[in-house]
Ligand binder design. Structure first.
Ligand SMILES: NC(=O)c1ccc[n+]([C@@H]2O[C@H](COP(=O)([O-])OP(=O)(O)OC[C@H]3O[C@@H](n4cnc5c(N)ncnc54)[C@H](O)[C@@H]3O)[C@@H](O)[C@H]2O)c1
Length: 251
């Protein structure tokens, strides 16, 4: 039986992290041809191995690296049906604590990276159409006292997504673009945040208490939404901000 994204060529950035690996696995299980990319090639290779896919090195902040990755996809597959702009970094600091270097790193990966990804992918995708999924966060919808740069980057992704969606619709490219907004997910990113606190167990419990559904998500809780947006089931969905947060932003 054909999968929900059968034979679609899908590139995932930051594929070696917790969410990226989960996305690659679920895409492969539904028939996609996965191109797993990461700044760290060994992590990309591990993700590709689980998804029977291809690994490429890609630092999303580098224009030239994007050009090389898209050229490799063009040469190997001749088309790109899906892009998941997933690579991201988080620094837990208030506006007063955030240095200019923190700000530039966060905006560089989380916002410049998504900008470059959309720009480069559209060049190839517009020949055949496709779907771009930008991984934002609940932090792109609501603020946090210690998330100054992260909030700014993820809020930027939310509205950049809408501009890309409207441009592609107007141009008649057949490219859709949507953002997804998870709350806390059990990945190395959250592990690092918790590990950096005085009392990691209490910090974890504090996160759990913020989630009406009473737990931290797993990558498998988020992957079905990304799968949906990459599949043709979402053919009339573009410019949307899709929340998958256990109820965090409902109250
Ligand atoms: N984990 C959460 O609670 C959570 C919640 C909401 C949104 N998100 C978002 O989901 C995405 C994935 O997060 P995760 O939790 O899997 O994080 P993670 O730290 O587990 O993985 C991030 C991956 O991105 C890669 N990366 C970092 N900088 C890069 C760069 N410049 N170029 C290419 N790759 C780079 C890392 O090597 C790593 O493999 C991020 O955009 C994050 O902001 C995460």
């Amino acid at each position: 039986m054909a999968g929900r994204v059968q034979d679609k060529v899908v590139l995932v950035t930051g594929a070696g992290g917790g969410l990226g690996r989960g996305f690659c696995r679920s895409l492969a299980a539904e028939g996609a041809i996965v191109v797993a990319t990461d700044r760290d090639l060994r992590l990309a290779e591990a993700a590709a191995a689980e998804a029977n896919g291809t690994a490429l090195p890609l630092d999303v902040t580098e224009d030239g690296a994007w050009a090389a990755a898209i050229a490799a996809v063009t040469e190997r597959f001749g088309r790109l049906d899906g892009l998941v702009n997933n690579a991201g970094v988080a620094i837990l600091k208030s506006i007063e604590e955030t240095t200019l270097a923190d700000w530039r790193l966060t905006i560089g990966v989380n916002l410049d990276g998504v900008f470059l990804g959309c720009k480069h992918a559209i060049g190839l995708m517009k020949a055949t159409g496709g779907s771009i999924v930008n991984v934002s966060s609940v932090s792109g919808l609501i603020g946090g006292h210690n998330l100054a740069a992260y909030n700014a980057s993820k809020g930027g992704v939310r509205l950049l997504t809408k501009s890309v969606a409207l441009h592609c619709a107007r141009a008649g490219y057949g490219i859709r673009c949507n953002s997804v907004h998870p709350s806390f997910v059990d990945t190395p990113m959250v592990d690092a945040m918790i590990a950096g606190t005085d009392d990691p167990e209490r910090a974890r419990q504090r996160l759990v208490r913020q989630v009406p559904l009473g737990r931290i998500a797993t990558p498998e809780d988020i992957a079905p939404l990304v799968l949906y947006l990459l599949s043709d089931e979402s053919r009339f969905v573009t410019g949307s901000e899709m929340v998958v947060d256990g109820g965090v932003t409902a109250g």
